[in-house]
Design a binder for this molecule. Structure first.
Ligand code: B16
Ligand code: MG
Length: 217
């Protein structure tokens, strides 16, 4: 079936905020005396906030935390993270990224965001990309995070296209798996290129425009 729309992951594809996630989680981990490093941080890619906390708590040796304590920790992490996001600007998005998004729309493809983040709209605003997407599916409209396909199925629904008419661009293997479970084509960039489920592998975003399915809408 012909591809009518592209759904982009945010963190790791459009913007690179994992350093901010790392610094914010590190502050929480340090407060609890938990070992946390960049390798553990890597496991948090594409994973929801509460699931990220559970991964960090795997190394926690203290008394069992109640649900409300966990929620308070996740909220605190988010406050620190948003403070760091506050320093973002349009310079945090490459010209190549802007060009690729524009070119796809000029070719009449639907362009949506499919991100696990509840901060997606804030990030898009900070980097001046609020108008670059036709529809946004993010952490605020899902109950299950990647590798569950919900975030991408919602994006297709918002765009008014069938799942099999969509291609997802992802940097995390959990996102590639989610795309395939949604019945969509999966384009891998960065780390996700080692994921066997990927249909296409690209080194930089504008290579999307050279994939035959993006030739014209
Ligand atoms: P928030 P993506 C994901 O974004 C991040 O990769 C992941 O590290 C983060 O935990 C998740 O969003 C939730 O983010 O705390 O802002 O709701 O890659 O799906 O765009
Ligand atoms: Mg990502």
């Amino acid at each position: 079936m012909a591809i009518k729309a592209f759904i982009f992951d945010l963190d790791g594809v459009i913007v690179f905020t994992d350093r901010y996630h790392y610094l914010a989680w590190k502050a929480i981990a340090d407060e609890l005396g938990i070992y946390f490093d960049e390798t553990i941080n890597h496991r948090l890619r594409g994973v929801s906030r509460m699931e990220s906390l559970e991964i960090i708590l795997e190394k926690y040796g203290g008394p069992k935390l109640r649900e409300e304590q966990k929620e308070a920790l996740a909220e605190k992490k988010n406050r620190i993270y948003r403070e760091l996001l506050g320093g973002m600007s349009p310079e945090d998005v490459s010209e190549e990224t802007r060009y690729t998004l524009r070119a796809l729309r000029e070719r009449k493809f639907g362009v949506a965001l499919g991100s696990s983040s509840k901060n997606a709209k804030y990030i898009l605003k900070k980097v001046g990309l609020s108008d670059a997407f036709d529809k946004i599916s993010d952490g605020t409209n899902i109950t299950k995070s990647k590798p569950d396909p919900e975030v991408f199925l919602k994006a297709a629904e918002f765009l008014g296209v069938k799942p099999e008419e969509c291609a997802v661009v992802e940097d995390a293997c959990s996102g590639i798996e989610a795309a395939k479970r949604a019945g969509m084509a999966a384009v891998a960039i960065g780390d996700a290129c080692r994921c066997e489920l990927a249909d296409y592998r690209i080194e930089c975003l504008k290579e999307i425009l050279e994939i035959p399915m993006a030739a014209g809408g």
